[in-house]
Ligand binder design. Structure first.
Ligand SMILES: *Cc1c(COP(=O)(O)O)cnc(C)c1O
Length: 429
């Protein structure tokens, strides 16, 4: 929880200033209590008398061993999309029977790794991959579950959603490609070690409109009903993906978890009845919505520079620790953590230190008068910040600190210069 006292900003009882002194900047700070609260809320509100329910944390939003351990502690399942993410989950001791492996091009090595680790479910993307899985599963000691990713033709981004959009998406099989879908299911059904459970869809990210999820469920239910009749076979699992929005700026009004979860459950229950489906289990995969608002980026301002039309505040990080503004004009709020009571009468362009004109974190930030050495916090940076961080300009990736009940823990150390050449091997020939 965030609090202001005597001009200073605090998180879980610790001042940002003290955190900067102890761990340095730039720094990723996570409110552990907030992370846990959101996981608990998902777990407690995504329940149904009719279905088994599972909440999968989409680990690509923010992944490190400490985060995996929190997900395990709060009984979530984990969604991974690469051998690397799977490795991190394994190294953190995550129960592999709760892991779902996504991705549009899982390599042979990744599928072997998943089978070897005993991953619960592979979410298949296409026919080649289904055949690959069937071949590799032949030597497996236990059966592996499979879902198929369907492109329902619904695309939702931020405030709008479109039906019959994005038919050329690289993800999944378009719901109208019935022959291919049947072939994939038959390929799995004929294998001894693959159990085909049902379908997965994921319609976008930062979705505000509950109607988008309702449209997704209705479309998937109708699709499953058609296939059920055609193949004379039932399907037990429907995985609805993630995309639940987070609060970044005053313009954002995300649907509360307590509202969207029952709405999804009720819609699934109604569709089960309407289409005489035989679903036993429904799944959701929140990523951003669990971690975004629990994360904060703390920077030190190095210089203020005035140009004819702008006033810049330069920070000691930038697109290397948060590429979202450069990548898709993501907007953020910020504060000077030691000037909380001062009037915000200046406007700054918050720019990083990378050699790119696009290296801007906030285009127009309202702040009190800023000076060299002021500490700047950027809010809601918990999702797709660290996980998309890079070593551009050989900047070191910041440390990650978790805070809770007045205590702080360094869960990922800051990169050091030695890390930057650790992989370099031989001199040129
Ligand atoms: C990215 C992704 C998610 C999580 O998306 P958020 O917007 O972070 O909730 C879930 N499922 C799949 C398949 C994804 O690709």
């Amino acid at each position: 929880m965030i609090q202001t006292k005597n001009n200073q900003l605090y998180i879980e009882g610790l001042s940002f200033k003290d955190l900067a002194d102890q761990y340095g900047t730039p720094l990723y700070i996570y409110d552990q209590a907030a992370l846990e609260k959101r996981m608990e809320t998902y777990y407690n509100t995504f329940t149904s008398p009719l279905f088994e329910t599972k909440v999968l944390y989409a680990s690509k939003a923010f992944l490190c061993k400490a985060m995996v351990k929190l997900a395990q502690k709060h009984s979530l399942c984990l969604d991974v999309v690469s051998g690397g993410e799977l490795y991190i989950a394994k190294q953190a001791g995550f129960n592999m029977d709760r892991v779902y492996f996504h991705g549009n091009n899982k390599t042979e090595a990744e599928l072997r790794q998943a089978i070897d680790y005993g991953v619960h479910t592979i979410v298949l993307d296409n026919l080649d991959e289904a055949k690959r899985l069937v071949r590799l599963s032949q030597n497996s000691t236990k059966p592996i579950h499979a879902l198929l990713r369907i492109n329902p033709g619904i695309e939702a981004h931020t405030h709008a959603y479109i039906v019959t959009a994005h038919i050329d998406s690289k993800f999944g099989i378009l719901k109208s490609e019935i022959d291919t879908i049947e072939t994939i299911i038959q390929t799995c059904d004929e294998a001894d070690n693959v159990i085909f459970d049902g379908f997965h869809a994921h319609i976008g990210s930062q979705i505000f409109d509950p109607k988008a999820f309702i449209a997704e469920i209705e479309t998937m239910a109708e699709f499953i009903a058609t296939l059920q009749k055609k193949m004379e076979r039932t399907f037990s699992v429907l995985d609805l993906g993630g995309g639940f929005a987070a609060y970044y700026t005053q313009e954002d009004a995300p649907i509360p978890i307590e509202t969207i979860c029952p709405l999804i459950v009720n819609t699934c229950e109604a569709m089960q009845e309407k289409y005489s489906l035989s679903l036993k289990e429904i799944l959701i995969e929140p990523g951003r919505s669990i971690v975004a608002e629990a994360g904060y980026s703390l920077y030190t301002i190095g210089s203020i520079k005035k140009t004819p039309h702008k006033q810049y505040a330069f920070v000691d990080g930038g697109m290397s620790d948060n590429i979202r503004p450069a990548l898709y004009q993501a907007a953020y709020r910020s504060d000077l953590v030691e000037k909380m009571d001062q009037e915000k009468k200046e406007t700054y362009c918050i720019a990083g230190k990378c050699c790119e004109s696009g290296d801007i974190l906030i285009e127009r930030a309202s702040l009190p008068l800023a000076e060299e050495n002021d500490l700047l916090v950027v809010y809601t940076t918990g999702a797709y910040g660290y996980s998309m961080a890079s070593n551009y300009n050989a900047l070191c990736i910041p440390a990650i600190v978790f805070v809770k009940d007045g205590q702080s823990k360094l869960v990922v150390r800051r990169q050091c210069f030695e890390d930057l050449i650790e992989k370099d091997m031989e001199d040129p020939v």
